[in-house]
Design a protein around this ligand. Structure first.
Ligand code: ADP
Ligand code: ADP
Ligand code: ZN
Length: 204
C-alpha cells in the first residue's frame, strides 16, 4: 500500500508516520528529513536547499521530486510524509497513491507544537518538550543521540510555512478529495487518540 500524510506544519505527520512505520514495518520517506540530510552534506545543492528551508519557503518542485522519486523507485509499500506538497509535485510524481491521510489542526495548536518540537539528529524521531518528552532530557529514547531544534523553527519561518501551506498544499488536499482517496483526521487531540483513528485505516 502507498500512502501519504498531509497537513499543516505541526499537525503530527512526522509523529504518526513514525508510529505507522514502527507498528506495520513499512518504510516512511520524509521529504523534510531527506532535504535536511542533503543540507548536512554541505554540497552546492545542500546550500541552496538550506536557504529555502531557513526562510520557510518550499524547495523548487524539481529538486523535491527528483530526491523523492529516487528514494521510492520500485517500492510497492511506503508512507510519504510531506510529499506531494504542490499540484506540480502531484503531476510529476505519477505514482498512484492508495490513501492520503489529511491531519487537520488549528493554527494556534500547530504553532505551540512547533515551539516545543525537538528532533533526533540521527534517526529523526520527533519529541515535544511538554506533550511528548523524551525519557532523558535532550536525548533520543530510541538511539540516544542528541536532540536539536530545527533552524526553521523561527517565528518568521513558521508564519511563512503556514502561509505556503494554505496556498500550495490546500489545492493538493482538494485534488485527492476529488479522487476519493482522502481521509480526514482531526489532529487536535492527543497523540494516542489521533493514532487510534489512523491505524484503523491500515491492513498491511
Ligand atoms: P513541517 O514538519 O514543519 O511540516 P517539513 O520538515 O515537512 O516541515 O519541511 C520543512 C521544509 O522543507 C519546508 O519548509 C520546505 O522548505 C521543505 N520541504 C518539505 N517538503 C517539501 C516539499 N514536498 N516540496 C518542497 N519543499 C519541501
Ligand atoms: P509535522 O510533521 O506535521 O510538522 P510533528 O509530527 O513533527 O508534525 O509534530 C509537531 C510537534 O508536535 C512535535 O513536537 C510532536 O511531538 C508534537 N505532536 C504531534 N502530534 C501531537 C498531538 N496530537 N498532541 C500533542 N503533541 C503532538
Ligand atoms: Zn534517535
Amino acid at each position: 500500500m502507498k500512502i501519504a500524510l498531509l497537513g499543516p506544519p505541526g499537525a503530527g505527520k512526522g509523529t504518526f508516520a513514525q508510529m505507522l512505520e514502527d507498528e506495520f514495518k513499512v518504510k516512511r520517506f520524509v521529504m523534510g528529513d531527506l532535504l535536511r540530510e542533503e543540507v548536512k552534506k554541505k554540497t552546492k545543492l545542500g546550500k541552496e536547499i538550506k536557504n529555502y528551508i531557513d526562510n520557510g519557503v518550499l524547495v523548487p518542485d524539481e529538486i523535491a521530486c527528483n530526491i523523492m522519486r529516487r528514494k521510492i523507485k520500485g517500492k510497492k509499500n511506503y508512507i510519504l510524509d510531506g510529499f506531494p506538497r504542490t499540484l506540480l509535485q502531484v503531476k510529476s510524481f505519477k505514482e498512484d497513491l492508495d490513501k492520503v491521510i489529511y491531519i487537520t489542526t488549528k493554527n494556534e495548536i500547530a504553532i505551540s507544537r512547533l515551539a516545543g518540537r525537538r528532533q533526533c539528529s540521527k534517526c529523526h524521531r520527533v519529541y515535544h518538550i511538554k506533550t511528548n518528552p523524551p525519557k532523558e532530557d535532550g536525548k533520543c529514547d530510541f538511539c540516544k543521540s542528541k536532540l536539536y531544534i530545527r533552524t526553521d523553527e523561527t517565528e518568521e519561518a513558521i508564519k511563512q510555512r503556514l502561509e505556503n501551506y494554505k496556498k500550495e498544499t490546500e489545492p493538493v488536499i482538494e485534488y485527492y478529495k476529488k479522487k476519493k482517496i482522502l481521509v480526514e483526521i482531526n489532529g487536535n487531540r492527543s497523540i494516542k487518540e489521533v493514532y487510534e483513528d489512523i491505524r484503523k485505516l491500515f491492513k498491511w
